[in-house]
Design a protein around this ligand. Structure first.
Ligand code: ADP
Length: 410
């Protein structure tokens, strides 16, 4: 039903309130705020609470009369997963006040009045939005997601345990099938060999699936081991590319590695720039292997080109192929769990649909970004951006790490 303009009140913030309906039903804004099941809190730049609805009171354990006028850090203290108070700069209310932008967080832990710790998801919006400028007032809408988080954790634990347990028998089956296929050990006819080879391929696939499931569930609940160190990206990219040469040659594909900004220095010597970053080399290997492996796997003919480039603050790795390309409607889903493109060009090629999801989770661990640009029949280019360290920063971080590892001389 459309509201008639004369019976409604446009409040200048894009909302429309039917004043007649309000009057007829004896409703007030206060009444409506009380009926909302999500906590609603308004806070000014001095951290003082000015609005606190009924749901906010239920979740935090503070009555609205107690909360209004108080500092929000006392009424809604957030803690990290070790139980320590969250540093002010990580508090979503402060972030929104300082940045003047909307801040969303789905994994805050609230220390409620009775000492109960609850998971909350929160969206904090500045009221007078002047993007980039500090806000005068922010409104936070939050809800208790403790039950959902616990269920998520249970699901993740189940997947972790199941995939871990299933890897052991799968490894044994794979081993026995390899023995059965070894003609120095067994004698089998051609038909049996054909079936055993198929069984072996499927078992390998199952093993990879369990491994990927284990890695992705660890990534989901923050248990993915990551030991970042200072490393030079050029070395890692060239090693992974080299290791993939064999598979590329098998398919008659040319696999090239180009460091784009090599430069000539006096004496005619070519020196390539050092691209330092702070990541776990094992995790970075996994990502690069996955992306280059995909490029080789999905490209029937032509070439795969790996490029390393960057500017003062960013390292960029590009993996470009001459494969079938990816349709525009598939691109937004490509980095989601289990997403596999249902096209005739790629459907028949084996995979788990978890590789790109895992890559994204890993790259995000290091504040990086991964994305793809592609067009059907025109190949694909996968991009990875990572924060770049200057040589001085790299040396300093290396020194800090060394002093943490080696015992004091005195
Ligand atoms: P998978 O194990 O299926 O390869 P990924 O998560 O690595 O899982 O990739 C998801 C899907 O993205 C693949 O199934 C494939 O359809 C598509 N894809 C990935 N890389 C490419 C590529 N270089 N060219 C075309 N399609 C690709």
């Amino acid at each position: 039903m459309f509201l008639k303009k004369k019976n409604s009140l446009e409040n200048g913030a894009g909302s429309l309130i039917s004043s007649k309906f309000f009057k007829d039903q004896h409703l007030s804004a206060d009444f409506i705020l009380g009926a909302i099941d999500d906590g609603v809190v308004m806070v000014d730049r001095n951290k003082v609470i000015h609005l606190f609805n009924r749901a906010a009171a239920n979740i935090t354990g503070w009555a609205a009369t107690e909360a209004v006028g108080k500092d929000f850090t006392a009424i809604m203290p957030l803690i990290d997963n070790k139980g320590n108070p969250l540093p002010p700069e990580q508090h979503p209310f402060i972030q929104a006040l300082v940045s003047g932008r909307q801040v969303r967080s789905s994994d805050c832990i609230l220390n409620s009045r009775n000492g109960k710790q609850m998971a909350i998801s929160v969206v904090v919006s500045p009221i007078m939005e002047r993007p980039g400028k500090p806000a005068d007032t922010v409104v936070a809408v939050f809800r208790d997601v403790t039950t959902e988080k616990a269920q998520e954790q249970q699901r993740s634990d189940f997947i972790s345990t199941a995939s871990h347990e299933m890897r052991t028998p799968i490894t044994a089956i794979e081993g026995y099938l390899s023995l059965a296929l070894n003609d120095k050990i067994t004698k089998i006819d051609d038909n049996a060999r054909k079936y055993l080879e198929k069984a072996h391929t499927s078992t390998e696939h199952l093993g990879q699936l369990f491994q990927d499931l284990l890695t992705s569930s660890k990534a989901d609940d923050g248990r993915l081991a990551s030991n970042p160190v200072v490393m030079e990206m050029g070395e890692v990219v060239s090693q992974v590319t080299e290791a993939e040469q064999f598979r590329a040659k098998e398919k008659n594909l040319e696999l090239k590695y180009i460091v784009s900004s090599s430069k000539d220095v006096a004496g005619g010597k070519v020196v390539r720039p050092f691209y330092y970053c702070f990541v776990d080399p094992i995790r970075m290997n996994e990502v690069l292997q996955n992306i280059i492996d995909n490029a080789v796997k999905y490209t029937p003919e032509g070439s795969v080109t790996v490029r390393l480039t960057g500017d003062a603050s960013t390292i960029q790795i590009q993996v470009q192929d001459t494969g079938p390309g990816i349709a525009a409607e598939d691109i937004p889903h490509l980095f989601q769990k289990f997403y596999r493109v249902d096209s005739s060009a790629t459907r028949t090629i084996g995979g788990t649909g978890l590789g790109l999801y895992i890559c994204k989770r890993i790259i995000e661990l290091y504040d990086g970004r991964i994305w793809v640009e592609s067009q059907l029949d025109h190949g694909s280019t996968f991009f990875i951006n990572l924060p770049r360290l200057t040589t001085e920063q790299a040396l300093q971080k290396q020194k800090n790490q060394a002093s943490m590892v080696s015992p004091s001389v005195n």
